[in-house]
Design a protein around this ligand. Structure first.
Ligand code: TYD
Length: 136
């Protein structure tokens, strides 16, 4: 699977680090929503869905976590373990997030407002949608 990641360069100096992400310069979409996941227990696995129309960039800004991706044919595991690393996820991609280290914060930049109707939460329905699109 072709996994697309971004490197966001830090503006570090002897005071510490700072990363800036600017719409139209550093991202392939306009940001309509930002959310972050934190206080996740180490044994928790979450996500378990795909989206019909949503682009996202996931950045573990503190600590680390893993992302399981599944396009209906292939799977990939991506480790997000640096605030400089962004994982791009587009439509029609099943994702699960897990192995959060204590205190990990997963920041998500999203191209659309929250819309529960955009979610595909059933894995078989996801596979059927992938097949239907391929047969079109
Ligand atoms: P949920 O979809 O269960 O999270 P995940 O897929 O990462 O496991 O979201 C948890 C709750 O937060 C659920 O009640 C929906 C709500 N939520 C919003 O209100 N806005 C959002 O942008 C997101 C992502 C979730």
């Amino acid at each position: 699977m072709d996994v697309k990641t971004y490197h966001f360069p830090p503006h570090g100096d002897d005071r510490g680090q700072l990363i800036a992400i600017e719409e139209h310069k550093d991202l392939p979409f306009d940001i309509k929503r930002v959310y972050y996941i934190y206080d996740t227990l180490t044994n928790v696995r979450r996500g378990f869905h795909a989206h019909r129309n949503l682009q996202q960039i996931l950045i573990c800004v503190s600590g680390s976590c893993k992302i399981h991706l599944d396009d209906g044919h292939d799977t990939a595991e991506v480790v997000l373990d640096a605030p400089t690393k962004g994982l791009y996820i587009s439509n029609d991609m099943w994702r699960e997030m897990y192995d959060f280290t204590p205190g990990a914060v997963l920041l998500v930049l999203a191209s659309e407002y929250y819309d529960e109707k955009d979610y595909i939460r059933d894995y078989d329905a996801f596979l059927n949608m992938v097949k239907e699109k391929e047969n079109k």
